[in-house]
Structure formats: structure tokens, C-alpha cells
Design a binder for this molecule. Structure first.
Ligand SMILES: Cc1cc2nc3c(=O)[nH]c(=O)nc-3n(C[C@H](O)[C@H](O)[C@H](O)COP(=O)(O)OP(=O)(O)OC[C@H]3O[C@@H](n4cnc5c(N)ncnc54)[C@H](O)[C@@H]3O)c2cc1C
Length: 434
């Protein structure tokens, strides 16, 4: 046993007793005790079923979360179990998840993030390619086939929006698409920072008929085995297990049935995906923050200095309780948003009308902005409360802390969220008729 630990981690800093107490089972118990008065039985039971699966999976596969593990290896098993995405029931591909929607996604994400934060990011990013196929499959067989492969974990998927010269300014794209007489398109250009792209068999990408003209954007499904697809890995040191891509399209031909949105439809499709994407990031940030608070709470209730558990020192206790209180409050707010989102989706028969989705843009930005900022603070402060043990790699704290460093950039930076919110505030002010 000792032998095994030494190969998976550097020298163990934390004592055996406390390391044992930080187990996945105990962190889940801490989380569940916090949430049991808030969740309804359906949500709580689903949360517990994913937790049970993660605990069994960890044990059965001897998962150590050490540096040598490939989180992509776990995707097929989670997909087969139906734990990669619960955003929709997916009846069009004969899946029919009884528990689905934003609130259930929140539950799924809480369980999976506690199990392994980098796995949560890599497996979760596929949903960004799932949503466009879900909305725009039009019963075309290849689209349904790919959708099923994503949902069941046969292959990861990726979304390709960002370009080397167009990050925040995503609608002024440089990657071009030229329509051919047979309805196919030829794509040329470069993309970057696309989570999972080097591992994905299929991706969803945007391009434009006229450079810098957002009105001529289009959306495509791409098979990464096609000629003209070139992809190299962008290594992000904060998330060493997640593969991001930098791609070059060299006269990449996209057949007609793979065109999800023709020229003129791309921008609308892009914006339609932003509300679920930002809420998804907010959910992951909140899950990660609970993971951090669970680690820190267990640690400070066990670690002794000056002959006392460190929780009892005000500097420790008051800092942790401040983080805990704020996290609880944002969790309640996000849950309320998810429930209201689910109610609207149900009311409108499975997907949100454009105007309702637009009305939720500001809330999605508010949650993404707030949750990412909170996660950055909680990730850092919880590691800090664990002293040296929070800084070495014997626990998941380093993964949590590192991931909290990317949260404010992915899905639109902090400044872009506040920029969107400034415009929304102006619109709201006008609507108020003051
Ligand atoms: C880990 C990771 C995963 C990612 N995954 C994906 C993915 O799956 N698919 C994908 O397409 N992209 C992905 N991205 C790209 C991400 O969305 C972009 O990095 C992000 O939108 C910022 O773009 P940029 O890096 O070009 O920065 P820039 O846009 O160059 O921004 C530089 C700085 O300027 C600020 N800034 C820019 N414009 C404004 C403005 N108008 N007002 C105020 N401040 C401004 C920004 O906030 C930032 O601080 C990912 C990025 C990372 C790091």
C-alpha cells in the first residue's frame, strides 16, 4: 500500500489519518449534509446515484488522480452510465433520460467535480458540441449518429469559436467558408484554445463568408478525419490532463448534411449556445468551490496546532465560514435560476424561444462572472487554510486551485461579462421607463 502511494504522489506531506478523512465518500457526506434541506427528493436521489457510481468507479479502477492518469479513458464508462450530460432527455436518439435539465445537470456536475475536477472539465466540454446538434439535427442521420456518440461517450466533442486573432471579439471571425454549387463549403483559417479538439472525432466550428462580418457567419459539424483538418495541442499548465487544440483548416470540405447553420445563421446559433455554456461554467465553479470548502472543512476540523484543532483559531474559522456562507448563498441563487430555466424549457416544449433565451443572457453573465470570481477566491483561500498540505499534490486541492485560475477566461473573460452586463443594464434602465 505504502509502495503504491509513493509512485502516485510525491512524498506524502499530509498524515494518513487526515488523508483518509479527505476521501471522496467523506467529502460527499459533507456536501450532502449541507444540501439535504435545500434539494427535493428527486434532485437529492439523483445526486446520490452519481456519487455512488463515482465512488465505485474510483475504487474499482484504482483511480489515484495522480499525474499519470488519462482522464479521457474514463469518458466511455461515464457515457454508458448516462453521466456525461443530462442537459436534455435526448429522445431523438432513443435515450430518454427521465432525470434531465439544468438542475439535474447541477447535481451531476457536483458529483463528478468532487470525483475529479479535470475529468469534469474534459467530459463537460463535450456538451458545447452536443447543444448545437441537439438544436439543429433536423433528423439528418449523421447528425443524430454523432450526437449519440457524444452523449454516450464514444468520442469527446469540441466547439471551435476562438481564433488566434479573435478571442473576446468572437463575431468578427477570420476563418472563411465558401459555399460550393453542391451545397458543400470549403473552410480555410485557424482556431485556438478548443477544449478536447485533439481528442475529438467530431467538432462543431464557426466560420464566415466574409471576414469580420458577423452577419455572414455559419456553423458546421466537422469530422476530424477529413483532409484539410490539422490540429496540434495547446498545453495549458494549470490543466495538464486536458487537451486543447490549435487548428488549421486547409481547404477543408464540409458536405451539405454537416452544415448546421448556413451563412447568416451562425451568429444566432453562437448566441443561443452562450446561456447554457455560461450557466454550465457557473455550475462547475460552484461545484469546484464546494469541493474546496469540503477539503478545507475536513482538514481544519482535524489538523491540530498549538494543541488545538485549527478551526478554533479565529483567523481560520472566520475565513472559512465567510467563504462557506457566500458559497451557500450563490448556490441557492444558481439553483433557483436552474429551476426557473427548467420550468421555461418544459413550458415551451423542450427548448427556449429566442426572446426568452435573450432575456436570460444577463443572468447567465451575472452567474458566470460571480461564480468564476468566487471560485478563484475560494480555491486559493481553501488551499491556504490547509497550509503546506494544500500546496502539495497529495490531495485534489491543487487541481481545484489550478482550475479556478482558468475559470474567469473560459466562456468569455470577466471583463467581457461586465461589458455585456453594462449594456444589459442600459437596456433594463430604458425598459423601466424612468
Ligand atoms: C482553458 C481554456 C479553455 C477554452 N476552451 C475553449 C473552447 O472550448 N472553445 C473555444 O472556442 N474557445 C475556448 N477558449 C478560449 C476562450 O474563450 C478565450 O481565451 C477567451 O474568450 C478570451 O480570448 P483571448 O484569449 O483571445 O483574449 P483577448 O480577447 O485577447 O483578451 C485579452 C484581455 O483583454 C480583455 N478584453 C478584450 N476585449 C475587451 C473589451 N471589449 N472590454 C474589456 N476588456 C476586454 C480581456 O478580458 C482580457 O483580459 C478556452 C480558453 C481557455 C484558456
Amino acid at each position: 500500500m505504502e509502495e503504491e502511494k509513493k509512485t502516485r504522489y510525491m512524498t506524502q506531506a499530509i498524515n494518513d489519518e487526515i488523508l483518509g478523512k479527505l476521501s471522496l465518500k467523506n467529502r460527499y457526506s459533507f456536501l450532502n449534509t449541507n444540501l439535504m434541506t435545500v434539494l427535493n427528493p428527486k434532485e437529492f436521489n439523483f445526486l446520490k446515484s452519481v456519487q455512488k457510481y463515482c465512488m465505485r468507479f474510483e475504487k474499482k479502477n484504482n483511480v489515484t488522480h495522480g499525474p499519470d492518469e488519462d482522464v479521457y479513458d474514463w469518458i466511455p464508462a461515464f457515457g454508458a452510465e448516462g453521466f456525461l450530460t443530462r442537459a436534455h432527455p435526448f429522445e431523438m436518439i432513443d435515450i430518454n433520460y427521465p432525470e434531465h435539465g439544468a438542475t439535474i445537470e447541477f447535481m451531476r456536475n457536483l458529483a463528478v467535480n468532487f470525483f475529479d475536477p479535470q475529468f469534469s472539465l474534459a467530459s463537460g466540454a463535450t456538451v458545447l458540441a452536443v447543444n448545437p446538434l441537439h438544436e439543429h439535427h433536423e433528423n439528418v442521420p449523421i447528425r443524430l449518429e454523432v450526437l449519440k456518440k457524444f452523449v454516450t461517450g464514444e468520442t469527446p466533442g469540441a466547439i471551435l469559436i476562438t481564433e488566434p486573432e479573435r478571442g473576446s471579439d468572437a463575431v468578427h471571425m477570420l476563418t472563411t467558408c465558401d459555399e460550393q454549387s453542391d451545397g458543400s463549403y470549403i473552410l480555410n483559417g485557424e482556431k485556438i484554445f478548443n477544449t478536447n479538439a485533439p481528442k475529438a472525432r467530431y467538432v462543431v466550428a464557426y466560420a464566415t463568408a466574409e471576414q469580420n462580418n458577423g452577419n455572414t457567419m455559419a456553423q458546421f459539424l466537422i469530422d476530424t478525419k477529413w483532409e484539410g483538418w490539422n490540429c496540434e495541442r495547446v498545453f495549458i499548465p494549470y490543466i495538464p490532463k486536458v487537451f486543447l487544440g490549435k487548428e488549421r483548416f486547409d481547404n477543408l470540405r464540409v458536405p451539405k448534411e454537416y452544415v448546421l447553420g448556413a451563412v447568416g445563421k451562425g451568429r444566432e446559433h453562437l448566441f443561443e449556445g452562450l446561456v447554457p455554456e455560461r450557466i454550465g461554467i457557473a455550475i462547475d465553479c460552484i461545484s469546484s468551490s464546494w469541493n474546496a470548502v469540503s477539503h478545507a472543512s475536513i482538514y481544519v476540523n482535524n489538523r491540530k496546532q498549538f494543541d488545538q484543532m485549527v478551526l478554533k483559531f479565529q483567523g481560520v474559522g472566520f475565513l472559512l465560514t465567510d467563504l462557506w456562507a457566500r458559497l451557500t448563498n450563490v448556490t441557492l441563487g444558481l439553483l433557483m435560476f436552474c429551476k426557473s430555466y427548467d420550468e421555461k424549457v418544459e413550458k415551451f416544449g423542450g427548448s427556449l424561444p429566442h426572446n426568452i433565451s435573450q432575456a436570460m443572457v444577463a443572468s447567465a453573465s451575472q452567474f458566470k462572472y460571480h461564480a468564476a470570481k468566487l471560485a478563484a477566491e475560494i480555491g486559493y483561500e481553501c488551499a491556504n487554510l490547509m497550509g503546506g498540505a494544500g500546496l502539495c499534490d497529495n490531495t485534489l486541492m491543487q487541481d481545484i486551485l489550478n482550475m479556478s485560475r482558468i475559470a474567469e477566461i473560459v466562456g468569455g473573460s470577466r471583463q467581457i461579462q461586465t461589458y455585456i452586463l453594462s449594456m444589459a443594464l442600459r437596456q433594463l434602465y430604458k425598459m423601466a421607463g424612468i
